[in-house]
Write a protein that binds this ligand. Structure first.
Ligand code: ITT
Length: 205
């Protein structure tokens, strides 16, 4: 079947296409189709995922798959959280956004690993053209490290060290970041939420 991936973020799109690839689903993206970006007025990740999925389904007539995600830092009361993209400004400068998080941690004297706990969160929502949705959320715990390491992935990946690992998301390959079988049960927030979604509503061909 055909599916709309309701994102304008190229890094996410690559990962979402990877995750969908075993299911034989042909997916077009909102960015590639130049569809409008709805205002993300929600106060939770899931509210924003729902807004993007409903908007995508409405304009395309296709089932629409949206991801709202971000980095929540414990010592910062969960910031940047749902504002993770907005901390990078209109030029989407994640070097600056990573530095802002680091500056905020320094201002809290969060210098040891124990004080630098954080998590990536992903809320996934599929909206069907009849309006019903299916929703899944997962997180990946880790530590905010400085300086950032690696040039793979996107966004805050180089500053995120997933729990139990020695490489940042910026140093892991895409396959390692997903951490799906045979590599593991799912590592990234996105892959972990996708595992739930796949079990609930996708069939391998
Ligand atoms: P769409 O809404 O069009 O999907 P966006 O970039 O605006 O794209 P979000 O509002 O969900 O998406 O913002 C999520 C931000 O959180 C994203 O821009 C990244 O900076 C960060 N983020 C989310 N998942 C990430 C990941 O796996 N690795 C690194 N950063 C991530």
């Amino acid at each position: 079947g055909r599916l709309l991936i309701a994102t304008h973020n190229a890094g996410k799109l690559v990962e979402m296409r990877d995750l969908l690839s075993p299911y034989g689903i042909e997916a077009v993206s909102a960015g590639e189709m130049n569809l409008p970006e709805p205002d993300e007025t929600g106060v939770t990740f899931m509210e924003n995922a729902r807004i993007k999925a409903h908007a995508g389904a409405a304009v395309s007539g296709l089932p629409a798959f949206a991801d709202d995600s971000g980095l929540s830092v414990d010592a910062l009361g969960g910031a940047p959280g749902i504002y993770s993209a907005r901390w990078a400004g209109p030029s989407k400068d994640f070097k600056t956004a990573m530095q802002k998080v680091e500056d905020a941690l320094q201002a809290k004297d969060a210098t040891t690993a124990e004080k630098r706990g954080c998590r990536f969160v992903a809320a996934l929502c599929i909206a069907w053209p009849d309006g019903h949705t299916e929703e899944f959320e997962a997180h990946c715990p880790g530590t905010y490290i400085w300086p950032p390491r690696g040039d793979k992935g996107f966004g805050y990946d180089p500053a995120f060290l997933p729990e139990g690992h020695t490489k940042t998301f910026g140093e892991l390959t895409r396959e390692e970041k997903h951490g799906l079988p045979p590599l593991g049960p799912g590592l990234s927030h996105r892959a972990r939420a996708f595992v739930q979604l796949a079990a609930a509503c996708l069939k391998k061909p």
